[in-house]
Design a protein around this ligand. Structure first.
Ligand code: NAD
Length: 312
């Protein structure tokens, strides 16, 4: 039986860590791609990771290259190519540079793997997924962005820290764009089935929500650049659901037309992710305040996409 094939474009902090999590799970053969100037570094990272196989007990093939021919017929392609933010920058500040990079790499991966599912990671996320969709010409179900899995993971981490319980018991949902205006849904947060609102005082929950919104910035401030372990873990959670056709319901940047009244943009919503990509968008009830926050977040995404339209 043919093993699944995963290509990861951009072998920097997030891309290499995606390869690490995917290899550790034995998910797929992996092709790590970066620019020609970094060929040695990319080959070296792939070889170093492959050499951890005997210790960790995975058998997947891992290749580092600058040659897109090696990505041919991938089942999933993860796009992390682009610049990350530095202290004082917002994700939106990256748009001019990253639209060009994401467009270029998307056209190359789409030509090499016309049946792949694209998982976009580069920021500003919601706008980069939109750019990748436009450039690839792929059906919208096969283009999706990672942000919500990370944001939910951060939120669940903070909830578990607050309660002093296992992170395994925390379940949560978060919607909207991948910006500081994302919408964590406190009403849908549970700990072993118990509503979090019964375990944490409202003002502390609000502080946790706020910390989640600014979670990316918290790491940038500490490290001088953006995060990679948790973002990559979120990406591979999605990739696993696609490759193994698990049909998990995960918060992803997915194309919404009539859904939530979005009107043809990629925003964070709960989706069924399976072998064909985004197989269904799950519409949950939003109260007036949640809807107001969601719509404000969507408005920001639309403005970014108009900038992308002007650049493609
Ligand atoms: P990084 O600088 O460590 O790595 C980016 C890599 O992309 C570099 O190795 C660079 O050489 C490569 N690259 C640039 N142009 C390329 C091209 N044309 N072809 C192939 N590779 C190219 O950055 P990082 O920390 O890995 O972050 C990557 C991107 O992911 C950034 O845009 C960052 O903002 C974003 N990010 C997104 C999330 C999320 O949750 N969606 C989280 C963290 C970071």
């Amino acid at each position: 039986m043919r093993r699944a094939k995963l290509s990861i474009i951009g072998a920097g902090a997030v891309g290499a860590t995606c390869a690490h999590w995917a290899a550790a799970k034995g998910l797929a053969d992996i092709v790590l791609v970066d620019v020609p100037d970094k060929r040695g570094l990319t080959e070296g990272k792939a070889l170093d990771l492959a050499e951890s196989g005997p210790v960790e007990g995975f058998d997947v093939q891992i290749v580092g290259t600058d040659d897109y021919a090696q990505t041919a017929d991938s089942d999933v392609v993860v796009i992390t190519a682009g610049v990350p933010r530095r202290p004082g920058m917002s994700r939106d500040d990256l748009i001019q540079t990253n639209v060009k990079i994401v467009s270029e790499v998307t056209s190359r991966v789409a030509a090499a793997s016309p049946e792949a599912v694209l998982v976009v990671v580069s920021n500003p996320l919601d706008a980069m997924v939109y750019a990748a969709w436009k450039v690839s010409g792929f059906p919208q179900q096969r283009v999706v962005g990672q942000a919500g899995c990370l944001d939910v993971a951060r939120y669940c981490t903070f909830i578990a820290m607050e309660i002093g319980c296992s992170v395994e018991d925390v379940r949560a949902l978060l919607m909207g764009g991948h910006g500081d205006d994302m919408v964590p849904l406190v009403r849908y947060t549970t700990v072993s089935g118990i509503p979090a609102t019964q375990l944490i005082a409202p003002e502390r929950l609000e502080e946790i929500v706020q910390r989640t919104r600014m979670g990316g910035g918290e790491i940038v401030k500490l490290m001088g650049t953006s995060a990679w372990y948790a973002p990559a873990a979120g990406v591979i959670q999605m990739v696993e659901s696609i490759i193994c056709d698990k049909k998990r319901i995960l918060p992803c940047a997915a194309y919404c037309e009539a859904e939530y009244g979005v009107g043809g943009y990629f925003v964070g919503v709960p989706c069924v992710l399976g072998g064909r990509g985004v197989e269904r968008i799950v519409e949950v009830e939003l109260d007036a305040e949640e809807r107001r926050m969601f719509e404000a977040s969507v408005a920001r995404v639309k403005a970014l996409c108009r900038t992308v339209d002007g650049m493609l």
